[in-house]
Design a protein around this ligand. Structure first.
Ligand code: AMP
Ligand code: MG
Length: 427
């Protein structure tokens, strides 16, 4: 892509206003600018958890490989079932891993356990608790107890041979890892991890371990970002704190660009600061400066820079700790996943009634920190955490989900349904 294509393509989008950019439009512009990496690596199966599958995984075998029993009971021929009680001759046993190897003739049955291969000739299983009487040699079956074909798991019903077991771009979960194992595959090819360099900017920032001079604050953003990047499956490269001066910032960006696929900075993109960074970044590449219609997290720089022919995406996030998290989750996270070769993911969103009225200005998207709980009748509801200031990181720790109040909405009365994105799921 040519170095000025981002500027040009953004300007050609209907409704593009860099000083009041609606969240969905900004998200779209970010997505459109992403080029996925192509490098892959092959890993032992257990190490592939949380990684992105690099190609469709085709099943070499059927799962299950044989028709097998869903119950403990007796395998029989459906044609022997009748409208009156019927007594079948018991000719043998089929246990999981120990099949019955002969053909079963009309009038015969086989003792069978769950998971055992259905013997040749049989097509049905009657659970043992349904039989009228069973001895070592015969079993009596009541009328209308089962239908032909019952309690039989068919070969290939989980996965037919040759079918796509997992699609390219899939983020591998524990069940996926188990499924790959069920195909007898022990190694898997995934995308390499995305390398993401990050640093904090601000003369007032001190790192953990340093004395806190008057008027200074400890840098928390690098720690938050490190955690968010790990959770997003990236390889974080921590580049420390950078002073608010153009030369230091440029040196840090050049260094980051050489090492990483993407760079995330925090601080220094709000109105006053942006002027010198804007000029310097324009020299390094193609960076847009936005005021996004959102709260928290209005200012953001986005683009790509290049050093010695090597490119990196750049996310210049605001400095306020909650704004960093909101802009990471709603802009960077999705972009990084796409860049890493992942399929587009939709975040699980629930619509829940809010316990109290919520104040909201129309014309911007608000990401409020919410606490989902279950009321006395078992229905989930959500309330906002106390303080919603963009510097109040404890509001994120207190919350268990993000309430998304959309661009056009105004104040919401108690009981209104709001969109909530839970922080944690079962897997
Ligand atoms: P800025 O966007 O640089 O104007 O920063 C906005 C606010 O966020 C200021 O109060 C900063 O002190 C604070 N801030 C910026 N970076 C960090 C950081 N890395 N850790 C904690 N607070 C920060
Ligand atoms: Mg600053």
């Amino acid at each position: 892509m040519s170095p000025d294509s981002l500027q040009a393509s953004a300007r050609s989008v209907a409704g593009y206003d860099p000083d009041h950019l609606p969240v969905p439009l900004a998200q779209q512009l970010v997505r459109d600018a992403i080029t996925p990496i192509t490098d892959t690596e092959t890993l032992p199966l257990k190490q592939a958890l949380g990684r992105i599958l690099a190609a469709d995984l085709v099943s070499p075998i059927a799962v299950p490989s044989h028709d097998n029993s869903a119950m403990d009971g007796y395998a029989l021929r459906g044609s022997d079932l009748s409208a009156s009680p019927v007594t079948l001759k018991l000719v043998g046993k089929a246990f999981a891993g120990h099949p019955y190897r002969n053909d079963v003739q009309p009038g015969e049955c086989v003792r069978i356990m769950t998971g055992a291969v259905i013997p040749r000739g049989c097509d049905s299983v009657i659970p043992h608790e349904l039989v009228i009487d069973a001895s070592d040699t015969a079993v009596t079956i009541p009328p209308d107890s089962i239908r032909a074909g019952d309690n039989r798991r068919l070969a290939g019903e989980d996965l037919p041979a040759g079918s796509i077991a997992l699609p390219n771009g899939r983020l591998l979960t524990p069940s996926d890892i188990g499924m790959v194992a069920s195909l007898g595959i022990g190694e898997i090819t995934v995308m390499r991890k995305l390398r993401v360099a990050f640093f904090s900017t601000g003369d007032e920032l001190r790192s953990v371990g340093q004395p806190l001079d008057e008027g200074c604050v400890y840098d928390s953003n690098r720690y938050t970002l490190h955690g968010m990047l790990l959770r997003a499956g990236c390889e974080p490269i921590d580049m420390g704190v950078v002073r608010d001066d153009p030369a230091s910032l440029e040196a840090a960006l050049r260094d980051a660009c050489r090492q990483a696929d993407a760079i995330i900075t925090t601080g220094g993109v709000s109105a006053g600061d942006a002027d010198f960074t804007r000029e310097m970044m324009a020299r390094l590449g193609d960076v847009l400066f936005w005021k996004i219609a959102m709260r928290p997290g209005r200012p953001m720089a986005f683009g790509r820079i290049a050093v010695d022919g090597k490119q990196a995406m750049l996310f210049g996030l605001p400095g306020n700790p909650v704004a960093v998290m909101a802009s990471f989750y709603f802009f960077a996270r999705d972009a990084l996943a796409l860049m890493a070769g992942g399929a587009p993911q939709r975040l699980l969103t629930m619509r829940l009634p809010c316990e109290e009225a919520i104040r909201k200005k129309p014309g911007r998207t608000e990401f409020q920190r919410g606490i989902v709980s279950v009321d006395a009748s078992g229905k989930p509801t959500v309330r906002i955490t106390g303080a919603q200031g963009s510097g109040i990181l404890s509001s994120m720790s207190e919350a268990n989900g993000m309430i998304v109040l959309h661009h056009e909405h105004g104040d919401l009365p108690a009981g209104s349904l709001v969109d909530v994105i839970p922080f944690d799921g079962l897997i």
